[in-house]
Design a protein around this ligand. Sequence first.
Ligand code: NDP
Length: 329
Amino acid sequence: MSETFRAILISRDADKRQSVETVTMTPGDLMDGDVDIAVEATTVNYKDGLAITGKAPVVRRWPMIPGVDLAGTVISSTHADWRAGDKVVLNGWGVGEVHYGAYAGRARVSGDWLVPLPEVFSAGEAMAIGTAGYTAMMSVMAIEAAGVTPADGPVIVTGAAGGVGSVAVALLAKLGWHVVASTGRAEEASYLKDLGAAEVIDRAELSAPGKPLGKERWAAGIDAVGSHTLANVLAQTRYHGAVACCGLAQGMDLPASVAPFILRGVSLVGIDSVMAPKPRRLAAWCRLAEDLDRERLAALTTEIGFDDIVAAAHRIVDGKVRGRLVVTM
Ligand code: NDP
């Protein structure tokens, strides 16, 4: 008898109404790939929330097993880089969007999409980081590549109590930055300070339409929010500062002016985690192994079970999840 495993499957009917169910599958049901992985841990990102709730068109192949991040052990491989027993991590590459994803006991993927699990992390810790944390790391690296350093002034992190934001706060604090955390959840101020934030501000200061240029408040920024928030972050960035743009929790629009760019030489750097090439991923995971304090990682992580994934997906799109969620399979 063939091995079976549980999976979350999202389907659409003829009227494009979406439904979610937990099903039992066999390896024969999986999509093509050259590496089979026993999924040991996964997570729920904002994007997974959008996929499961159907709030945005993340899923582009039906039906779909959602879940954009996984960590586990290779069961079998015909790919030159991987052998049975290898510990691996997968972030993005369209997994959970166009290729069956992480919310299953087993995944079959292209070996080109995998990176080795860094030795310092367990599968659960790698998923506590997940796409959100690795995006935070790439955002930090983008600010560094722009030549801005902690000596230049404070850094602002928006959506600070969320997944990208929490990891960004922890990383930047460890690297010596004076971190200004912007949040809509005043009750999370002590959580953010414990992660290393030096100041916590109310996100309402940034989320309404503002002026093209404001008082110079920070040398750098990591923005997970978009819309007016990003416009205001740019308008309040110091001369020759840099802002990494990685999210759209407030909106996909950017109602800004060119003033910060042409009058203050501010740089806006885009961050994409999904199709980031392998060398960049390996560099980010290497930096995470060096620069992310594991106690702070534990402090920003909540463990949930496989059966909690769908409810967590609804909570994350409502902005109610603090830090990162880890699902141990
Ligand atoms: P979370 O839901 O964990 O965090 C988002 C945070 O944004 C919330 O916790 C909240 O923070 C803040 N927020 C939510 N709604 C609003 C609003 N209306 N106005 C202002 N702030 C708001 O999500 P993630 O951290 O997983 O992802 C954050 C963003 O980054 C998402 O848009 C996601 O799609 C994007 N992303 C992009 C990637 C890329 O490759 N570019 C990769 C990963 C994520 P608080 O309560 O502190 O105010």
